[in-house]
Ligand binder design. Sequence first.
Ligand code: PLP
Ligand code: ZN
Length: 442
Amino acid sequence: MNARAVFRCIAGCPGEHPLGQVLYRCPTCAGLLEVSHDLEALATRSPEAWKQLFAERWRGVDGPSSSGVWAKREWVLPELRDENLVTLGEGATHLMPIPRLASALGLGDVRIKQCGTSHSGSFKDLGMTVLVSMVQQMIRDGVPIRAVACASTGDTSAALSAYAAWAGIRAVVILPRGKISTAQLVQPLANGALVLAIDSDFDGCMRLVAELADREGVYLANSMNSLRIEGQKTVALEIAQQWGWRAPDWVIIPGGNLGNVSALGAGFEMMLALGLIDRRPRICVAQAEHANPLYRSFQQGYAELAPVKARTTAASAIQIGNPVSFAKAVRALKACDGVVASVTEAELADASARADLAGAFTCPHTGVALGALAQLAAAGEIRRDHSVCVVSTASGLKFADFKVGYHEARLAEVPSPLHRNQPIELPERYDAVRDAVLRGIA
Ligand SMILES: *Cc1c(COP(=O)(O)O)cnc(C)c1O
Ligand SMILES: [Zn+2]
């Protein structure tokens, strides 16, 4: 198979650009680029043959197929040479049915795609394995790249630092000081990245890193770089594969910079084009009320983006007021009759805790998606006969402060947590323990 892929402008400017070129924006209109695959070449293998191949490679024991991303490599980055693979075993994550949550919401088939079960604890690994592998290939092909750099609300920098450290490439991360969790800050430090903490917000850090990338020969690793989207796209492929090569009726995903929903949409489009599925899911992007520019646009029939000043939210990874991938997200939503929801701090925290009660351990961003699920179920938009996939974006273990704060009723704007659970402190006396146990399990 002679599959190949190139960068193209999403606004349709003429020209295609090789993926091994340092390029983040369209040279003609400065708009977003996307990776465009040679679908004719990919279509020389039948849908059934692709399904068979992907089934054989699922959770492979070793080699590229031990990564969920590289198990789909022809659809992701066909021109990557094996020796340049930088993988930490990302992807092929569990699609977890959560029946007790489903029935609490009056729904039937609800499953959580556990993208946070990954090396650095978030779905960002899926895109970073592709980007850093490509950088490795470019460096070895003689492209002068001094370092890879990103602005981050936490998870992007953790992923970039890990993959770069594994490959021996210098990483620079630019973070908003005091706005990310301890666990997130410690990952890039531990992996030896150069960490700059700036008195600004994410959007300010993004402006700085974009300027560095333009001027100083560092390679930009933010999701404006569409190589990352190619890896993240495999989430859609895995959801369909795990659902028996069907799209569920709904996919709900939290959105900040909106790269991930763009990737999700691109994955379903590609499967549709190549005949692996026969319909799209409806996609819901869930935003925190404190950072909801896409929601505001949606309310006005997808009005032009009006950037907002993002306010503090427990869902810190989506505290973004000026989303880079806005145009791609709108395109994906329009194609699938999508919707956008806006979720309060109390809704996201209670929704996260509600899912935990049914056996999950969700991060606040997944809580935003679950809050949207509760809203859509209450409105009758999502019904009992619908199949629903909620995309979990990070491990709850990265957000222990949020979890503890909830159960101790210390979260801002969540004074009365609905699902609070606290330890019962007792002396070492059998009768006291017995009474507490019998009362507690009654
Ligand atoms: C990055 C991130 C998001 C948002 O993804 P976008 O592509 O920026 O919309 C959501 N949740 C977590 C945990 C993240 O790290
Ligand atoms: Zn263009």
